[in-house]
Design a protein around this ligand. Structure first.
Ligand SMILES: Cc1cc2nc3c(=O)[nH]c(=O)nc-3n(C[C@H](O)[C@H](O)[C@H](O)COP(=O)(O)OP(=O)(O)OC[C@H]3O[C@@H](n4cnc5c(N)ncnc54)[C@H](O)[C@@H]3O)c2cc1C
Length: 407
């Protein structure tokens, strides 16, 4: 329970994206007073792209009273294309595809505006018998019973409490974009748009699935296709790709508006020789495709006294399992359940940590296995121990598959 002797407990959540919001909504439901702080000065609305859902995520939605009616678009069939765009393999897998924006909005609507603070970053935290004292970039210091670090893969909270944990570059990037349905060719709309579709050229993965249009528009014509292309990129090339027009190099990744035009043009040229017609049509109808370098790391710590790490701050999995948002939701759910079971915050976090480290480690390893087809030349030892390269059948049966944790 969020109260001891009738006095509500107070939590500070760092990171106002999906992980932080799941924690905030669940904690409020358990009776806690919660403030969420994000360093971004502008609204997060409009960030992110498609999100495949899993039963674990739907279970957390149910626990907070979010129904599935207009969560997203259901695709029942998976297809794999050959280079000419014909279907070479197919299977039935019902799955709802939603978007980051949709999830963000559904959660944000459950947090009072006065408890959600933008332009307010984490500076540091100090623990004592009274609680945890959190310093924020707006100059405020807040005393709380619990600090939740949900500040993403380069977490400042993790940097203070476990600086030895660092993300590892996978050796590849993902290009993405979301073309609007009405702009696609009739052949693409008919043969690919309704499906979770895949194409597997050597050392690459290309895929897509339908998602709602802007502002959750589910009308035919207004929906979008979540287009994704993973490509191997070595360290030298990544450095070049993460250098902007002014010659400034951006460590880890570059913001989409800063990607140089020639990097996009080079990718579009390659696409003409590689992609089947429908996936090329998708790309041709994306005005500003952008890339994200893929990193991961296995969690080793998630609890430090009254401080918990959740979501990408705690562990990052490569996106092939499509489980990042589900993982953040499950971390938050497990943390709040432990707090409800055990009145004492420190003991509760101690009991939540081993359970989530075991599952999240499994999720990260699974992501590495699914990325193996992309990284045949990788020197990453863990990947090179993976079994023989999965063929396209195998990949279609494993990528972003619901229930993979129980398979
Ligand atoms: C290509 C790609 C495809 C993906 N596809 C899927 C998918 O299909 N399904 C899925 O479930 N997941 C997917 N993911 C993963 C998913 O997007 C992430 O796992 C998820 O967004 C993590 O949420 P989070 O809240 O933990 O972190 P984030 O979304 O990274 O949010 C962290 C927040 O913390 C804030 N912040 C950072 N530093 C500070 C600070 N010092 N102080 C205050 N605030 C701070 C940031 O502004 C940000 O808002 C994909 C990821 C990628 C890259």
């Amino acid at each position: 329970m969020g109260t001891i002797t009738g006095k509500p407990k107070r939590a500070v959540v760092i990171g106002g994206s999906v992980g932080g919001l799941f924690a905030a909504v669940l904690l409020r439901q358990a009776g806690w007073l919660v403030d969420v702080h994000d360093r971004s000065a502008t609204s997060l609305t409009g960030r992110g792209a498609g999100i495949t859902t899993h039963p674990e995520l739907l279970e957390v939605f149910a626990a907070i009273g979010i129904g599935l009616d207009d969560l997203g678009i259901r695709a029942d069939r998976r297809i794999t294309l050959g280079s000419d765009g014909s279907v070479i393999s197919e299977m039935t897998v019902p799955q709802i595809h939603t978007s980051w924006d949709r999830i963000y909005r559904l959660l944000l609507d459950r947090i009072p505006g006065e408890n959600y603070h933008l332009d307010c970053g984490f500076v540091r935290a100090d623990q004592s018998d009274d609680g945890v004292r959190v310093q924020l970039s707006n100059g405020e210091t807040v005393l709380a019973d619990l600090l939740v670090g949900a500040d993403g893969f380069r977490s400042a909270v993790r940097e203070q409490f476990a600086p030895e944990i660092q993300p590892v570059y996978s050796g590849y990037v993902v290009w993405r974009g979301t073309p609007v349905e009405s702009r696609l060719a009739p052949q693409t709309i008919e043969s690919v748009f309704p499906y979770f579709a895949f194409y597997f050229p050597k050392e690459q993965q290309v895929m897509g699935y339908p998602i709602a249009g802007l502002h959750n528009d589910l009308r035919p014509g207004f929906r979008r296709y979540n287009w994704i292309w993973y490509r191997v990129v070595d360290d030298a090339k990544l450095k070049e790709m993460c250098t902007d027009e002014t010659g400034r190099h951006h460590e880890f990744s570059i913001a989409p508006p800063l990607i140089r035009k020639e990097i996009v043009a080079e990718m579009r040229d390659d696409a003409r020789n590689i992609l089947p017609p429908q996936f090329l049509d998708c790309l041709d109808n994306i005005d500003s495709p952008f890339f994200t370098p893929i990193y991961d790391f296995i969690p080793s710590r998630m609890a430090f006294g009254r401080v918990a790490l959740i979501g990408d701050a705690a562990s990052v999995s490569r996106p092939h399992s499509g489980f990042g948002v589900s993982k953040a939701a499950c971390d938050a759910f497990a943390m709040v359940k432990a707090l409800e079971r055990t009145g004492d915050v420190v003991s509760a976090l101690k009991s939540f940590e081993p359970e989530r480290i075991a599952i999240n480690g499994q999720v990260v390893r699974h992501g590495r296995f699914l990325g193996t087809a992309l990284t045949i030349n990788s020197s990453n030892r863990e990947e090179s121990k993976a079994p023989e390269l999965p063929v396209h059948e195998h990949m279609m049966r494993h990528l972003a598959m619901p229930n993979f944790l129980h398979a």
